[in-house]
Design a binder for this molecule. Structure first.
Ligand code: T4K
Length: 369
């Protein structure tokens, strides 16, 4: 009999009975959305947990990205990475902004700061890097370039919940950072997201933008959108927050187990974690190198045949999709590192409920190919 399937990720869900009191509160007040009590509480609780000053909740990370760009009035061209989930570049196109793809660093899989300057033109207004897999970008080098060329920096921090560098939250860098609380993320509210911003004035503008541009009943100051998080999702967030440390701790154990077990498999390489700061162990990416007996896609299929549903995050590169591939910066010759990594990458199952036996199963399957 085959083992039960395991997926690349599975949402962490707190005990159901603990959610009922939150629902009773919502039922009693009949406030379901539009900045209710749970929404306010979650914003406060997340600021404290993440060590940031201002945070605006959203109904998902993509709408948060769109709104972040609107709030800074970004136009023209924005330098970004091809090695991410499509939402990163889509948020630019939806705002009528041209993404300009720049290659990544092979160690972090993040935008390579050394290649940014060559892509800057008079139309460039911002840089949108991604803390890929929760690995911190080289924020110092990126900020230096942004300061010289007077560019905004909007971090797509969808993977970076709770990540810290040597000096505190990774979310304090740049002009804005955008989180995703999607079901597949380290911290989830089923669907959800947030913008982390440095000051109250910016948060006020973001709050207007996520509520159609309303300032009061009769005043609309911007062509806003509906980006509000509902009370149901906010309640889930409040409950999840009680379990987040335990969930990340289990991820850390799984990460260590994989590293030990994969050490002796020739042709499989893993990414080193930064020496300082705090990781969230959001993903467990490996590279299937040419020295391995099978190529990446064969490994993916072999695992699938055993009920192990790994994922090729991030293959294909965003720059290869039809709406991007005609762009000059999308030429694979411009993106050799991203193209190479995308051909070798595989994300193994990683989530708190993954059993030790499942980890052994994944590793044994790789070891027997
Ligand atoms: N920027 C970056 C860098 C991102 O990675 C993302 C999202 C965004 C922006 C946009 O944020 P949001 O607007 O989504 O808040 C998933 C997620 O849908 C997506 O949120 C995420 N990145 C991306 C990396 O992964 P898919 O298409 O791979 O998801 P799916 O449905 O195939 O799920 C993967 C596995 O997770 C499934 O095989 C089983 C498991 N799963 C999934 C869901 C949805 C569950 O067990 N339960 C579930 O409810 O995109």
């Amino acid at each position: 009999m085959s083992d039960k399937p395991v997926f690349v990720t599975q949402p962490y869900l707190p005990p159901l009975d603990e959610f009922l009191p939150y629902l009773e509160d919502i039922w009693a007040t009949k406030v379901l959305t539009n900045g209710g009590a749970m929404h306010q509480q979650l914003e406060q609780a997340l600021c404290e947990h993440l060590g940031v000053e201002h945070l605006a909740l959203f109904n998902n990370g993509t709408i948060a990205l769109l709104t972040a760009l609107q709030s800074l009035r970004i136009t023209g061209e924005v330098i970004t990475t091809p090695y991410s989930f499509v939402a990163t570049a889509h948020s630019l196109l939806w705002n009528g902004i041209k993404p300009v793809f720049v290659d990544i660093d092979p160690v972090t899989c993040n935008l390579d700061p050394d290649k940014i300057e060559a892509a800057i033109t008079p139309q460039t207004t911002a840089i949108m890097p991604v803390h890929c897999y929760g690995n911190p970008c080289d924020t110092e080098a990126i900020q230096k370039i942004a300061d010289i060329y007077n560019l905004k920096v909007i971090y797509d921090a969808a993977h970076a919940f709770g990540v810290e560098d040597g000096n505190g939250s990774i979310l304090r860098h740049g002009d804005l950072s955008v989180l995703s609380f999607h079901a597949t993320k380290v911290f989830n509210t089923f669907e959800g997201g947030a913008i982390v911003c440095p000051d109250a004035k910016t948060k006020e503008r973001i709050n207007h933008l996520k509520n159609f541009g309303f300032v009061d009943e009769v005043t609309v100051v911007a062509p806003g959108i509906n980006g509000k998080m509902s009370e149901f999702n906010a309640a889930l967030g409040l409950l999840q927050l009680k379990y987040i440390d335990a969930a990340i701790s289990r991820r850390k154990t799984i990460d260590a187990m994989y590293r030990t077990a994969l050490r002796d498999i020739k042709g499989i390489s893993v990414f080193e974690r930064p020496a300082h700061g705090k990781a969230n162990y959001a993903y467990f990416p490996i590279l299937v190198e040419p020295g391995f007996p099978a190529d990446r896609d064969s490994v993916y299929e072999a695992l699938k045949a055993q009920g192990i549903f790994s994922r090729r995050y991030f293959y294909p590169l965003i720059s290869t999709f039809p709406m991007y591939r005609g762009m000059h910066s999308a030429n694979p010759k411009n993106l050799p590192i991203a193209t190479d990594i995308a051909s070798k990458i595989l994300c193994l199952p990683m989530y708190p409920a993954l059993a030790d036996a499942d980890i052994h199963r994944v590793v044994n399957c790789l070891g027997n190919l």
